[in-house]
Write a protein that binds this ligand. Structure first.
Ligand SMILES: Nc1ncnc2c1ncn2[C@@H]1O[C@H](COP(=O)(O)OP(=O)(O)OP(=O)(O)O)[C@@H](O)[C@H]1O
Ligand SMILES: O=P(O)(O)OC[C@H]1O[C@H](OP(=O)(O)OP(=O)(O)O)[C@H](O)[C@@H]1O
Length: 216
């Protein structure tokens, strides 16, 4: 019986960008995958040795880190937040371009001086990256963990600053916030479980190379 490998894909916005890359690599998910009303989470592909699962973006990293999926697609925002040693990220897929930034209300930024901060409170989905970023310059960041809609936090008085993903800047503008500092540039990466790569170098290495060529 041949080995069947599992590729974990994020459910959200990245899915639309990743499908053309898969197609270029000769990987076609079964028809049900495109059906938004389907409750299935696990799908066959045209390759008998590859299945796809659809999970939340942060969970892609968890499935791959624990070897439940051998491959996945994750933004480096997610990889920075977890820093799982079992994850190897060999290919930048050149999709999902955005940045992880610090933002605050426009009226605060007019008089704010970030070089004088010693302690700040920040709403974010990325508490580990945020704490490490500020600790590197001696600022203690107290993080309030949210799972989305961070931009509401300053308006409603939860805290004055947020750390969130920014692409066009439209979400910040709509909430009267301005970007004051970039923490990291973000793109989506192909990720691989290190043990799986060592155990099946030919098979997984082949998939990695197919996807590398498709993303180039
Ligand atoms: N505005 C954006 N532009 C480009 N890429 C983005 C943007 N927002 C997020 N991403 C990328 O897509 C990934 C998933 O984004 P996000 O977490 O917002 O999606 P989601 O569908 O809301 O996921 P979930 O439901 O798991 O929270 C992020 O980890 C990031 O790498
Ligand atoms: O700069 P922009 O182009 O406006 O993009 C930024 C927005 O995109 C992401 O949210 P998403 O739309 O994925 O929703 P979420 O809040 O549920 O994560 C991110 O969290 C920002 O809110």
């Amino acid at each position: 019986m041949p080995e069947v490998f599992v590729l974990a894909l994020p459910k959200g916005r990245i899915l639309k960008e990743v499908l053309p890359v898969l197609r270029k690599a000769g990987i076609e998910p079964e028809a049900e995958f495109a059906d938004e009303n389907s409750r299935a989470l696990r799908f066959r592909t045209n390759r008998p040795d590859l299945e796809i699962i659809r999970v939340r973006s942060f969970d892609v990293a968890t499935f791959v880190a624990f070897g439940a999926a051998q491959l996945g697609v994750a933004g480096n925002d997610v990889l920075l937040e977890f820093d799982y040693p079992e994850i190897y990220a060999p290919v930048d897929l050149n999709i999902g371009h955005c940045r992880l930034s610090v933002a605050e209300p426009a009226e605060l930024s007019a008089s704010d001086d970030p070089s004088r901060w010693s302690h700040i409170r920040v709403a974010t989905k990325y508490p580990n990256v945020t704490r490490a970023h500020f600790a590197a310059r001696g600022v203690q960041a107290e993080c309030i963990k949210l799972s989305g809609a961070m931009e509401l936090a300053p308006t409603l008085g939860l805290c004055r600053r947020i750390v969130d993903l920014v692409s066009s800047g439209a979400t910040l503008r709509a909430n009267n916030l301005v970007e004051i500092e970039k923490i990291a540039e973000v793109t989506s990466r192909l990720i691989v479980n290190r043990t799986a790569m060592k155990t099946f170098p030919r098979e997984i290495g082949g998939l990695v190379e197919d996807l590398r060529r498709a993303a180039a």
